[in-house]
Every structure is written in C-alpha cells, then in structure tokens.
Design a protein around this ligand. Structure first.
Ligand code: PEP
Ligand code: MN
Length: 687
C-alpha cells in the first residue's frame, strides 16, 4: 500500500475508534439511567418488565433506523439485546435490595481453568451484570469448586452445565447431586472457538490439537477433516493455548477463544470452528445457600427429585406443573448416587411467579418421595427470547387490518363416527384417535391449532447471495419459515437439479442469520437423516407422496415433515400417506395442498381449496396451501393466498425470487419483493 493510502486509512480508523468510544460512552450512560429507573420502580413497587413499552420502543427504533438507511432487522436485534441486558440489570437490583447491604463485600468466586478460559469470561460477565465485586480464582476441576463452595471456602462457583452441541454435562449434574450447594444464577455464554497456533500453517499439516475435552467434542467435524490431526485433552481451552505458546512444536495447535489467542500471542488459523454455527454453553452459579426470590423477577427453579422407582410419578408431576402454567426447561436423568435401581431426575421449571411456585412446592412434596430445591433464580436463558416480538417489530409499516369477527365452528364439527372416520384406512392421522389439533414446533415457529405462519423463499437455492437476499426480505416482512429447494424434482432430466448439500448449507446459514427455521425437499431415503440434522422441517414433494420407502425413513426421524399432496391423490390417499409417517413414530406432520391434476389447463394445477375444510373434519394435523405450484403464475398468487387463509389454512407457502426472470427453476410463478410485501400485508389479519 502506498504511504498516502496508508495514512488515509489510518485517519479513517482513528475516526472509527472515536465513534466506538462514543457509542460505549452512550451505552454506559444508558445503563446508568436504567439503574435510576429501577430505583423508582423499586420504590413504587412497579413491575420491572413492561412488554408494551418494549414493543413500542422496538417499533419506534426500527422506523428511525430505516430513515437513517440502517437495516431495521439489525437494529431491532441489537436493541433486543440491549433491552434484555437492561432488564437483567434491574432484576438484579431487586434481588440486591432483598439481600440488603451485605453485597458490598468482595466475594470469592471459583471458576474452572485459567484466565481467558470460557468459564473465566462467563464469570466476569455474570458478576459485572450483578454489579458485585469479586476476586476470582481458577480451579483445575469442577469437583474442587463444588466442594469449596459447600465448605464455605468460596462464596460462589461458576460451572458449565449444558451445551447445545454436546448436551448436558453429566459430571456437573452429579456434583450438584452430591454436594450441599444451591444454584443462585445462570448465564448463557456464546462460545466462539478458534483454531490457534504459533504461526500460520496449513490445516492438513496439523499434528496435534489440544483443548478441553468439551471443546474437542464441539469441534469434532473440523478435527475429522484435518487428516492426521490427533485430539489431545487439556485442562481448559486457555491452558491449551498457553501450552502451545510455550511449546516448540510448530504443527501443534489449540482450540481456544480469541481472547486466549491474544493473551498468548498466537495466530488464529480459523474462527468459529464448532460443529454448529451457534455454540452456546449455559453456566450455573452456585453458592452454599439459596437466595431470596421476588415476583418481579422472571424465575427459574431447578429441582432434584426421586420417584422411589416409580418413574410414572414423573408424568403426574409434569402434568401438575403444566396445569399451573409453568413450562419445562431442561430435564436430565442420572443414576442415584447410592440406590442401585433408582434414578435421580433434575428438572428446570420456568415458573409464572415466585409465590405461585412456593405454593406448588408443597403439592410437589405431597406427590414425590423426595424433592430438593437446587435453586430459584433469575431466568436468563436466551433461547427463550421472544422471537415473535422480533419479527413483528421488524415491519412497523405492516399495520394489520381489523381482525375479522370469526365464529368458532369447532363445536359444530360432526363427531368422527358420524363422518365414517372409523371405517377409514388411516387411524393415527384421523380425528378418531386424537381430537385436539396437533401443534408443530418448527425451529422457533409454531404451526397448528391457533398458530399460523407464512413459508416463503425461492424454488431453488441458487447462490449464497440469492438466498441471503430472499431470507432478509422474508424476515423483514414477518415470514415464519424460509423455504429453498436443494434437491429438485424436475420433470426434465436436463433442467437444473439443485445444489444438493452445498445448497442446504447456504440455506442453513441464511436461516441462522435471519432467525428463520428452514424447510427443504428430500427425494432419496438416504438423505432423510442427514438433512434432518440440518433442516428444521423436511418436505416430501407431490411426486413422492406415495414413495413408501421415503415415507418410512421420514417416519423414523425426529424432524417435522411437510407432506405435499400428490398430483393425483385423493384426500384419503393423502391421509394414508401421512399415516405411514405417524405409524413409524413421527407425529410431526404438516399437510400441504399444492393443486391437483384436472382437465383444466388454464393453471399449472387446480387448487383444491375445499381440501382444507374437509381435512379439518378428518384430521388433527395442520394444513397449509402452496398457491405457487397450484397456479404456476405469479399474478394469481396474491388473491389465492388470501383465499387460502380465509378458508382456514394454517398458513401458505409461496415462492419468492430477487429476479424471477433469471430464476433457475419456476421463474414464472416467483413473486418479486413488492408483490410479496403486498401479499404479506393482506394476509396479516389471518395470522
Ligand atoms: C416445491 O415445493 O419445490 C415442489 C417441487 O413442489 P411440488 O412437490 O408440490 O411440485
Ligand atoms: Mn418450485
């Protein structure tokens, strides 16, 4: 770079640094004001959370963002994060007030590893937020931390308890069972593993990879791809970085945080190397005694229970807590520490408020032979962030029309026998066996019963840019699920066949980036399992509705299946195909009407709208409509979408493309963004 360019660049960077300092300064001011607001709320006894104000604020900010030429999606996400942080600060203030002045003393906290290990960073984050001064000590094992907390040598201990890639940490659960300690807080930490080394080397030349066993497991895919690399256990991630820095072997590397790489002056070979792009670890903070709770604080309760060998008791307990409006967080079972035949269950309940919880505790104790409350503490699990608020707030321009008055026909449905459902060849998918509507959980989106959603996206995933672009629009306009074909069923063998797994990876990235669950079609039984691991829902296409080998495989995975109606299938044949999925164990089935073959040639297929009310009588499964494949012409799709929602479908699926004339498949039926936006505006009232 020329000297002139260099100095220009440096001047710009200085400006950027100045802007960042200003942003930080403002953020610090904001959090100070948040604390002052909390003081007023504490005096007046007002609730900490005010969802209406939060919603209004997000709306206002996303409007302002748009005016400034910023992405409203990005600004909304950023502010959701800031709001979450503000609420946490206020909740901790409530708790600090309950505890009185003792919080001023410096607390001794133990964490596993050395400085810059994930445990140490989580520890800093947690106590910063609580506003407590601490002195922190690194320990070499989780067990030593739990023991020192139980003995009173430490005020607090920070322990990882669950990771979204490797699951629960059994060792830590067992320590909670064996030691007299209480959980007083939790924190979800976004772990960003990097591959670090003394100098830049080719990944294929790596000889050994050092790290904590958990980190090695979380990055097993990359280690597998590195040819001869041997994984080797270390005490913690930061220690593995320290060892590499001290070693004279250039081809040994470590998995550690960016902070650890900086601290030990190491090069980063690759960032974000975990098997899943979102790698979160939930930490719990333990103390010798429980802390007080308050109704103004969102509360989670952790319990250890025994059923005295009668595991059915657990079902009764779950039904009881559900009837109180509580929801279940993690449920883990561990062998009893001294009774050979027995199991200990550890469960987290998200309770409505602290006083209801205390009343429920007595009821629990009357049902179970043993109940230990491990802790009642502020519920700060991020995966429960309300994503619906996010997508709604993103599009303030879309004011839903007045909700039309609807008469509830549910009670007028004829009884299953009257309809002759007892004589049909399908049973599990019939209302004979289940009257309540099935509600599917597709990623963060619910579909079925009262829950409706719009699925949108391109016919085929064609490139990173194309799918990212469409995903941004789908998220912005309040779509619930992103579609994109990767394995394409084309009538002609010469037509574009899809990008396969490469396309699926792109679709996953787009879904993750815009917080949208993804759906894609599978044609081959062998692809069901691997696709189920990446996609949030699998589509069985019209041409494969009666491909029984495919249905049997799809029936075996724990992933929602969207079963499209066959081109020539009657409604009963379609439900019999769904029966294959249910009979093989997969009850998560979404039916999709996409038009059938008739003598009419004006449209690509004939959309059978009446399938919806017929299905509502015959099945508990949710049903959506795909007006794109039904009509084949983009001009018909907006009106057919309204008709689909009006007839009672649980949603629609439409094809959208940034440049339909250049689409590699189904261009004539793809919607351009302005038409899609208009369509979304018109279906709002039915969602
Ligand atoms: C599709 O949705 O991409 C598709 C090919 O649809 P169908 O199976 O209904 O033709
Ligand atoms: Mn298509």
């Amino acid at each position: 770079m020329s000297e002139r360019a260099q100095s220009k660049l440096e001047a710009k960077r200085e400006l950027l640094d100045q802007i960042d300092s200003n942003i930080l300064e403002l953020l610090a001011q904001r959090f100070l004001r948040v604390k002052e607001v909390a003081e007023i709320k504490l005096d007046s006894g007002e609730a900490i959370r005010n969802p209406n104000r939060e919603h209004e604020m997000l709306r206002r900010l996303s409007l302002e963002a748009k005016e400034l030429g910023l992405s409203d999606l990005y600004v909304t996400k950023l502010y959701q994060r800031i709001l979450e942080e503000s609420v946490k600060i206020q909740e901790y203030q409530v708790l600090a007030q309950l505890k009185g002045k003792q919080t001023l003393a410096i607390k001794k906290v133990g964490y596993q590893g050395i400085e810059s290990s994930y445990s140490s960073m989580a520890c800093n984050e947690f106590f910063d937020l609580r506003g407590e001064a601490t002195s922190q000590v690194g320990y070499s094992s989780f067990a030593a931390i739990a023991e020192d907390v139980a003995k009173g040598n430490l005020d607090y201990g920070v322990l990882p308890i669950e990771n979204n890639i490797t699951g629960p940490l059994n060792e830590v659960y067992d320590l909670l069972i064996r030691n007299q300690v209480a959980i007083v807080g939790e924190l979800e930490y976004h772990v960003k593993h990097c591959l670090v080394a003394k100098k830049q080397i080719d990944l294929q030349s790596v000889e050994r990879v050092y790290s904590h066993p958990q980190a090695l497991m979380q990055c097993s895919d990359l280690i597998g791809l590195m040819g001869k690399a041997q994984p080797i256990d270390a005490n913690d991630t930061a220690d593995s970085a320290k060892q590499i820095a001290a070693s004279d072997r250039d081809y040994d590397v470590a998995i550690a945080s960016e902070e650890a790489a900086l601290r030990y002056n190491l090069e980063i070979l690759k960032k974000n190397i975990a098997n899943k792009s979102n790698n979160n670890t939930r930490f719990v903070v333990i103390a010798k005694n429980q802390e007080l709770g308050d109704d103004r604080v969102r509360t989670k309760v952790s319990l250890q229970v025994s059923t005295g060998g009668d595991s059915n008791l657990l079902l009764d307990v779950l039904a009881m807590v559900r009837s109180k409006g509580f929801s279940l967080g993690t449920l883990v079972s561990r062998p009893h520490p001294h009774k050979n035949q027995e199991t200990v269950y550890l469960l987290d309940l998200r309770v409505t408020n602290h006083s209801t919880w205390l009343k429920t505790l007595d009821e629990l104790r009357s049902m179970l032979p043993y109940v230990r409350v491990l802790g009642a503490y502020p519920d700060h699990e991020e995966k429960h962030l309300n994503l619906n608020t996010l997508s709604k707030a993103e599009e303030p321009a879309l004011q839903p029309a007045e909700k039309s008055q609807k008469i509830d026909y549910k009670n007028t449905l004829p009884c299953p026998k009257e309809l002759g459902l007892d004589k049909k060849p399908y049973k599990l998918s019939s209302r004979i066996s289940k009257q309540e509507p099935t509600v599917l959980q597709i990623g963060n989106c619910k579909l079925g019963g009262q829950h409706k959603a719009i699925i949108a996206g391109p016919c085929s995933v064609e490139s990173r840019q194309q799918i990212m672009d469409v995903a941004a629009q789908v998220a912005r306009l309040g779509g619930g699920i992103l579609r994109g074909g990767c394995f394409k069923p084309r009538t002609s063998p010469y037509a574009f066949q899809g990008l396969g797994y490469e396309g699926l990876q792109l679709l996953r990235e787009a879904g993750d980036r815009y917080n949208l669950p993804i759906v894609t079609e599978v044609m081959h039984p062998e692809d069901i399992k691997p696709v189920a691991e990446l996609a949030d829902m699998i589509q069985v296409g019209a041409r494969n509705m009666q491909n029984f080998s495919l249905l049997k495989e799809a029936g075996k995975v724990d992933c929602p299946i969207m079963l499209k109606r066959g081109l020539m299938a009657s409604i009963d044949e379609w439900l019999s195909a769904a029966e294959y999925l249910l009979a093989h164990g997969n009850g998560q089935v979404l039916l999709c009407e996409r038009g059938i073959r008739t003598f009419e040639t004006a449209t690509r297929n004939t959309l059978d709208l009446s399938a919806v009310p017929v299905l509502k009588e015959r099945t508990h499964l949710p049903v959506i409509i795909d007006p794109s494949h039904a009509s084949g012409t983009w001009r018909y799709i907006p009106d057919l979408s309204i008709a689909s929602m009006a007839v009672g479908a649980h949603g629609i699926m439409v094809e959208v493309h940034p440049e339909p004339e250049k689409a590699l498949s189904d261009g004539p039926q793809a919607l351009v963004y302005p038409i899609f936006e208009d369509l979304m505006r018109n279906v709002q009232q039915y969602l």
